[in-house]
Design a protein around this ligand. Structure first.
Ligand code: SAH
Ligand code: SF4
Length: 423
């Protein structure tokens, strides 16, 4: 979502006459678009601010913070003299950036706007993409779920969706520019709804656009996955057979404390339904270990569900308390760091074994992949993705970025497949 938002910011500032460089040392203004979902993000950002000033060797540079940290930390950031920030702008205020920058330059003051909006969807801005084969398209913003560990509802505000027509217009324009794959984005993408149209209807409408080859989406919430959505994903050939379905925990007491609105059995039933309608679907997930009060036996329930589902891959995190969230306010972060480390190592190893097993099962199969990157050095290697979002490494050949190729899978590691071109 932040990548998409950075593309929105590019569009807004290009329109206002700014041009862009990827080299922070050449820039007059440097903006850091930040995430604060997990704890370590702001340490990284403070380090980066220091590096940027250092890189500029005394030459003046205007530095601003965008994104979730802006709303999350508010005044703290702007008042912190040692950071010396010039502006702090939250995710719903990017249209004000030209005005804020003008004030910073003309009045030499600090700019600040972290207001959250119930309506802003940036539906009138066409983001400036910087290449690649995938175009992100945010179809909704914000989140109303208030999972007890999660800072997103506080930093990104209430849920709001764009109209189907508006999303279709953007995707048509993208196809006209040569993109063949879009990824529909939302904090809780399957709670998308606009004037009676739900996420399944939106997916179908996007799939009817001429020229679209691949549609992906992220992140859906297990509680918003009706049969109609499973059917669209299973039956529509344009929709990639990969579902990222965050589990978080396999224990019902912890899921209740997390405010996730499903049980382990409910989750497993959903997986069963998905696999029935769409047997080829790859399932990936997010897991949190060491949520407050999680005891060893409850963590074992997560291990059990991971073994039962056999996810293709998983993002695994140690719980960290985030400011304002219900868990941080009401529950003590009482699982020791050592225990969190040992739990995460355990599931890392488990998942790596499962991912390897899943990937090995694809050896010998023929798959269609989309070439994403070609490295000419060292004899040349290319990276592509198959329909279920796995990276396939290939020897560079007579093809280029954006080509669809047919490959045979010849080797597998836990994180990657290796293939050879057939045609
Ligand atoms: N909207 C998605 C998740 C967005 S945040 C969903 O509903 O599942 C991405 C992931 O970060 C979450 O799925 C969760 O696993 C992790 N995460 C969020 N807050 C966290 C916290 N306080 N501590 C550890 N991990 C967290
Ligand atoms: Fe956070 Fe839950 Fe919303 Fe996902 S659904 S963004 S985890 S509050």
């Amino acid at each position: 979502m932040n990548e998409y938002d950075s593309e929105l910011v590019r569009a807004i500032l290009s329109e206002a006459g700014y041009s862009f460089t990827e080299d922070a040392q050449l820039a007059d203004v440097v903006m850091l678009n930040t995430c604060s979902v997990r704890e370590n993000a702001h340490r990284k950002v403070y380090g980066l601010i220091h590096d940027i000033r250092h890189g500029h060797k005394g030459k003046p540079v205007v530095i601003g913070i965008l994104g979730c940290m802006a709303t999350g930390l508010r005044k703290e950031l702007i008042d912190n003299k040692s950071l010396g920030l010039d502006f702090v702008v939250g995710p719903d205020s990017y249209k004000r950036l030209p005005e804020i920058l003008r004030d910073v330059f003309e009045k030499h003051g600090q700019g600040y706007d972290v207001t959250l909006s119930e309506f802003e969807t940036y539906s009138d801005i066409y983001p400036t993409r910087t290449g690649g084969v995938n175009a992100w398209v945010a179809v909704m913003r914000g989140c109303n779920n208030f999972c007890s560990f999660c800072i997103v509802p506080f930093t990104r505000g209430r849920e709001r969706s764009r109209s189907v027509e508006n999303v279709l217009d953007e995707v048509k324009r993208l196809i006209g520019e040569g993109f063949q794959q879009v990824t529909l984005l939302g904090q809780n993408v399957n709670s998308y709804h606009h004037e009676g149209q739900d996420f399944a209807a939106l997916l179908e409408a996007v799939s009817r656009i001429d020229g679209i080859r691949r549609i992906r989406f992220t992140s859906p919430h297990p509680k918003d996955f009706p049969e109609s959505l499973i059917r669209v994903v299973g039956e529509n050939p344009k929709i990639c057979k990969h579902i990222h379905l965050p589990l978080q925990s396999g224990n019902d007491r912890i899921l209740g404390l997390m405010n996730r609105h499903y049980t382990a059995t409910g989750y497993l039933n959903l997986v069963e339904k998905i696999r029935k309608v769409c047997p080829s679907a790859a399932l990936t997930t997010d897991i949190i270990v060491g949520f407050p009060t999680e005891i060893a036996g409850e963590f074992e329930d997560t291990v059990r569900v991971m073994k039962a589902v056999e996810f293709d891959s998983a993002f695994m995190f140690k719980y960290s308390p985030r400011p304002n969230t219900q868990a941080a306010r009401e529950l003590k972060d009482d699982v020791s760091e050592d225990e969190k480390t040992s739990r995460i190592m355990r599931i890392n190893t488990l998942q790596s074994d499962i991912s390897l097993k899943k990937n090995k099962a694809r050896v010998g199969t023929i798959e269609e992949v989309l070439i994403e990157d070609v490295e000419k050095a060292k004899g040349g290697v290319a990276y592509a993705r198959n329909d279920v979002n796995k990276v396939v490494a290939l020897p560079a050949g007579n093809f280029q970025i954006g080509d669809f190729m047919s490959v045979r899978i010849i080797r597998a590691t836990p994180h990657q497949l290796k293939g050879e071109i057939i045609s």
